[in-house]
Design a protein around this ligand. Sequence first.
Ligand code: OSB
Ligand code: MG
Length: 368
Amino acid sequence: MRIDSILIREVHMELRERFEISSGAMHARRVILIEISGDGHTGWGECVASASPGYSYETTDTAWHVISDFLAPVVAGSEVEDARDLLEPVSWVRGHLMAKAGLEMAAWDLEARRRGQSLRDLVGGSAPTVPVGVSIGLQATDEALHEKVRQHVSEGYRKIKIKIKPGRDVGMLSELRRSFPGTPFMADANSAYTLEDADHLKQLDALDLMMVEQPLSYDDLRDHAELQRHLATPVCLDESIRSVADAQLALELGSGRVINIKPGRVGGLASAKAIHDLCIAHDIPVWCGGMLETGIGRAHNLALASLPGFSIPGDISASRRYWERDIVTPEFDIEDGFMAVPDGVGIGVEPDLELINTLTARTGSFEA
Ligand code: OSB
Ligand code: MG
């Protein structure tokens, strides 16, 4: 198939509530949406980079730069067999996996539409619904946190992830465990600790957490292995895993016992699937993480999460947990702790162009 054109746009969306993690707080997202057209069809993708480089070195602006100056001009007009070789001609571009993933995922949607198939079927998923969880940002007080937890437990979420940082960790989680004895909790530190905190973090072992996510540095695997040897609580890797090679190394070193796979972080769905396959072969459970995506990114995440190795509820929450109004119809919702994986053609939800246009701050267009 020939790629006829690529349209990128930056869309500004306000979060319904401020989301704070150990590296900073977010009130809104500056999202890049990507449309790739060919053969009379258009596929949609979303770039997960944030406005500031607190989670990854990539930002909305670096992704815009890399897509519009290096990736899209080459890909537009190229001939591709399928989504997997879309980025072959720009394989010389190092890193910038979030920028690449936005394009790659749009190509998967395009390919699914060309075949008249759902994205779920095209990626090889099967589950019609997947169990889902919610990620709760740092709250100003324990009372506010307990209230949020109460709300999300009553909505049915199957995993409650609590953001932690030094000073808001063991004590806060102990109180939470006391108030919610049977709730499936995990913690996410977003790299807020060092190995010197190993004994402090060891106290988490008394709290019956499903796992502790990315306690140490964002690109470290060695210290995570040492910490995992010290902890009974499983360590889950997020920021540290950007490729199959990273996952392979993490498994060899014993850097963790669980992996959070975000297609937008690892360069797209092909890489996400390959990490999933590797983890299955090594009996490592995986789950699908999130980056506060719009409905477009969420649809891609759900298709991925329908693969058999995704045995732990993902950070895939209802549209209303993020947005006053999502940019797809229908919006995403949960029922009894599960979310339906769209089974319509492509991503299976309809981008709301009228709304998207009102939110668009800039566009870029690339033709053959
Ligand atoms: O570490 O998983 C993370 C959001 C932005 C940046 C990093 C993370 C997160 C989340 C949100 O935890 C998960 C979601 O999309 O609901
Ligand atoms: Mg995380």
